[in-house]
Ligand binder design. Structure first.
Ligand SMILES: NC(=O)c1ccc[n+]([C@@H]2O[C@H](COP(=O)([O-])OP(=O)(O)OC[C@H]3O[C@@H](n4cnc5c(N)ncnc54)[C@H](O)[C@@H]3O)[C@@H](O)[C@H]2O)c1
Ligand SMILES: O=c1ccn([C@@H]2O[C@H](COP(=O)(O)OP(=O)(O)O[C@H]3OC[C@@H](O)[C@H](O)[C@H]3O)[C@@H](O)[C@H]2O)c(=O)[nH]1
Length: 345
């Protein structure tokens, strides 16, 4: 299944980008950059809001349907003159004037994206079409948060961007991984056909404060279980690997990609690779040495290994992750303790 990619991914646009909105050139022109973040009430999106709001030249608009996100994640910005929050489902068109679109809207945890798979694929396909339509209409640059899941159960390791992947097109994860693959295709078709400025990030497993406590993803599960004195549930066989990136590193990579010159796709992730059993042992050691570790049944099509090759991110964006897993886990523990009301013993 492993094939070499053609160099289509870096083909320059055949047409110049559409002209930005006339508002940009009006006498009321403001130097501010108006930035839309779809899915901005979610885990990564809300950290991205925090980062972009630090720059006083930015106006940030979040559009979110609150399926897995929450207003709580944005509490400190609600009412701020440079911030706006819209309840909006990206499967419907959105007519606003912006300069940048960070398109994150999509449930990311397998239990949530499998809950309503038809809605998940609509979000990926129709949602991305709508955001590309918006980018085309107003001449905005658009960044898609794609995923390491486009590599499926990878037969090449670590995964380079040129790898085409090994994805089951009819499995229970397909609404998400095939959905993101179509979203990438749409991005490149709009780029080639309409001259839209695009950026594609392939995000690898990311963790940190504000993940939903019962989100179902492995790091949030293990930390919540350790704090609740429950057994850590390692899904069989436990030898499958993942590479975990701390959220502050992730948003730094996304902003660099957006403001850089390269369309991508570019892998953004931390190459430190752990088996799920190693992760469970680390959480146990750091947070609660008395909890047991149970091996439980896994779900279909679980990728057996995953580790990003980040050569492109290093060379083209000058980016590499700074936070090691052992340093990031305690920061997430602190946030989970506060939200669960569990004091340190
Ligand atoms: N966290 C990771 O490890 C990871 C890895 C790879 C890719 N990604 C991608 O990054 C993005 C953000 O992931 P996250 O971890 O913050 O997930 P998350 O579930 O916390 O955030 C997703 C946000 O999108 C919103 N949303 C979902 N469907 C929507 C719709 N139809 N219309 C409007 N809003 C909608 C949710 O309410 C939520 O606020 C997603 O696109 C995900 O696929 C994340
Ligand atoms: O309680 C758990 C949960 C999960 N796991 C295992 O941990 C590994 C990671 O599972 P997660 O559910 O956290 O995330 P996955 O890597 O499967 O998918 C993620 O990939 C990248 C993103 O696009 C998404 O955030 C998500 O789809 C899997 O092997 C899973 O079997 C456990 O061992 N125990």
């Amino acid at each position: 299944m492993a094939k070499e990619a053609s160099n289509g991914s870096q083909t320059p646009a055949s047409k110049p980008p559409p002209t930005p909105s006339p508002l940009r050139n009006s006498k009321f022109f403001q130097a501010n950059m108006r930035i839309l973040i779809t899915g901005g009430a979610g885990f990564i999106g809300s950290h991205l809001v925090d980062k972009l709001m630090q720059n006083e030249k930015n106006e940030v608009i979040v559009a979110d349907n609150y399926f897995t996100g929450s207003k709580d994640n944005l509490q400190k910005w609600i009412g701020h003159p440079r911030f706006e929050l819209i309840r909006h489902d990206v499967t419907e068109p959105l007519l606003i004037e912006v300069d940048r679109i960070y398109h994150l809207a999509c449930p990311a945890s397998p239990i949530f994206y499998k809950y309503n798979p038809v809605k998940t694929i609509k979000t990926n396909v129709i949602g991305t079409l709508n955001m590309l339509g918006l980018a085309k209409r107003v001449g905005a640059r658009i960044l898609l948060t794609s995923t390491s899941e486009v590599y499926g159960d990878p037969l090449e390791h670590p995964q380079k961007e040129e790898y085409w992947g090994n994805v089951n097109p009819i499995g229970v994860r397909s609404c998400y991984d095939e959905g993101k693959r179509v979203a990438e295709t749409l991005m490149f078709d709009y780029h080639r056909q309409h001259g839209i400025e695009i950026r594609i990030a392939r995000i690898f497993n990311t963790y940190g404060p504000r993940m939903n406590i019962d989100d179902g993803r492995v790091v949030s599960n293990f930390i919540a279980q350790a704090l609740r004195d429950e057994a850590l549930t390692v899904q069989a066989p436990g030898t499958q690997t993942r590479s975990f990136c701390y959220v502050s590193d992730m948003v730094d990579g996304l902003v660099r990609l957006m403001e850089g010159e390269h369309t991508g796709p570019i892998n953004i992730g931390n190459p430190g690779e752990f088996t799920m059993m190693e992760l469970a042992e680390t959480v146990k050691e750091l947070i609660n040495p008395s909890v047991p570790i149970n091996v439980v049944e896994n779900t279909p099509d679980d990728p057996r290994q995953r580790k990003p090759d980040i050569t492109k991110a290093k060379e083209l964006l000058g980016w590499e992750p700074k936070v090691k897993l052992r340093d990031g886990l305690p920061l997430m523990e602190e946030d989970f303790r506060l939200r669960l009301g569990v004091q340190k013993k």
